[in-house]
Structures are given as C-alpha cells and as structure tokens.
Design a binder for this molecule. Structure first.
Ligand code: FE2
Length: 259
C-alpha cells in the first residue's frame, strides 16, 4: 500500500548550509562540459539552494584545446546569465556572486601566469585542476611561480587524481607549500567511485581540506546532491568539520587580477 512512497523523489535538505557558498560549479551554460542551457542551470541552482547554499561562484573550465575559454567572454556570459535568471523570476535559488575558473595546469598554464590571466575565486584564489590521467611535470615550479605572483591556490578535488593516494607524500608536499584543497561533496557519496570516496574522508579527517565544492555540471549531479544531503555520514561530517567556503563570498563579479 505504501509502494509509491519508495519511488517518490526525495527533496534536498539543507545539509550544506554551514558552507554558505559553493566555490566550484559549471553552471555557465555552453562553455564547457557543464550545463547546456539556462533551464538546466536553474534546475541545478534550485537543488543547490534546497541543499543549503546561499551563494554560488561559477567556475568554468579553462583547458587547452578542449575548452579554450577567454576571460572577457566569460565575464560577459556571466552578466547575461544573471540577467536571464533574474528575468525567470525563480524564487529559491542562490545568489550568483561571482565567476572565476577551474584552470587546468597544462602546457598553456605558464603563459597564463606570466600574463596574469585569471578570474579569481573571492578575488584571491586561483582554482586549479590537474589531469586525471598523468601527473604534471614540473608541478612544484608552476605552483611556486603562481605563489610568487601573490596568488593563493586552491587545488580542485585532490581525491580524484588516481596517481595520488589519500595520504600521498606528494599531496603532503603540496600542503607544506601552503596550497588549499577543495574536496567534491559528491566524492563523499561515492559518485566517482570507492577510491575517491575513501580518500575524500581521509583527507578531511587529516585536516587537509579547507574548501568543499559541488562541482555541479548538470541535473545528474543535482540528483546525486539531493541524495548526498540525506547521507548520514555526510551529515555527521558537515556537523563536525569547519570549512572556509563562506570566507570567499564576493558581491561583485570578479575581475582579472592585474599585478
Ligand atoms: Fe570542475
């Protein structure tokens, strides 16, 4: 008789309210492998608000040659998205408080550092990602060069790189260099598999993780985020650990840093 309840879709609960701001998502439509339309972005944003996020910073991929995004174009598209979303008069969505980037450390990265071509999270942080397949050659030098330009660094989803274990000495070295880590919320629920899940919990327990992010791409991720808000282990972890997400909120669209 209660069979229908088994299949009734769950709603998100505000498990991630303590974070306040999501610092990593791909909801600027049509610029990378994330959202494909304003409608898809809106659907994801509604789930994120229900999950507890008040603010969202969009971080499209910059990766040569797959996503050859350019900062001025991204800023313009972000302004357009905000206008379109305001016109949709949708209640219960987070504020779009900034646009930055998830910068792949690839062959074009040193020139980017040289020319200060970054949109920053919170006006301060460069969000970087590595290849999922192979370690970056000369990584220390690249990170050092960024720091010499006074950028703070956040490494996106360290738990997802298969060549680093959860307690890798290479990751320890990055922590020793002062690099911040951002774990994906969906890693905690096993969305990317068992190994990233185990490593995500290990890194947080070790005190290595300053930030959490949704890395939201589309409605498949949104459904997984709904499920994550009901996960007891994740609820407990959110109650126990403090993260710095709310410190990066910035009311104005972010500008390319000029030094
Ligand atoms: Fe991402």
């Amino acid at each position: 008789m209660f069979e229908f309840l088994k299949h009734r879709p769950k709603s998100a609960i505000p498990t991630f309210a303590p974070l306040g701001t999501d610092i990593h998502c791909h909801l600027l439509p049509g610029v990378d492998d994330g959202s494909k339309s304003n409608e898809e972005s809106l659907a994801c944003l509604q789930v994120m608000r229900d999950a507890g996020f008040e603010n969202v910073i969009c971080t499209p991929h910059y990766q040569y040659p797959r996503f050859p995004n350019e900062e001025t174009d991204i800023l313009n598209r972000f302004d357009t998205l905000k206008i379109d979303i305001a016109a949709a008069k949708q209640k219960n969505i987070p504020n779009l408080t900034g646009v930055a980037g998830e910068y792949r450390v690839d062959t074009g990265f040193p020139a980017r550092i040289e020319n200060n071509r970054f949109l920053l999270v919170g006006g301060k942080y460069v969000l970087v990602e590595f290849s999922l397949h192979q370690q970056v050659i000369g990584l220390d030098q690249v990170m050092f060069d960024l720091q010499m330009k006074n950028y703070e660094i956040i490494l996106a989803h360290p738990e997802r790189y298969p060549y680093y274990s959860g307690t890798s000495s290479k990751l320890q070295h990055l922590k020793d260099m002062g690099i911040n880590f951002q774990v994906n919320i969906l890693s905690l629920s096993g969305f990317y598999g068992e190994s990233p899940k185990r490593k995500a919990f290990e890194m947080i327990e070790k005190g290595w993780v300053e930030f959490m992010g949704t890395d939201m791409h589309n409605t498949l991720y949104a459904q997984a985020l709904i499920d994550a808000t009901h996960d007891r282990k994740i609820i407990k972890l959110m109650e126990k650990h403090k993260f710095l997400n709310s410190h990066v909120n910035d009311p104005e669209p972010l500008k390319t840093k000029k030094l």
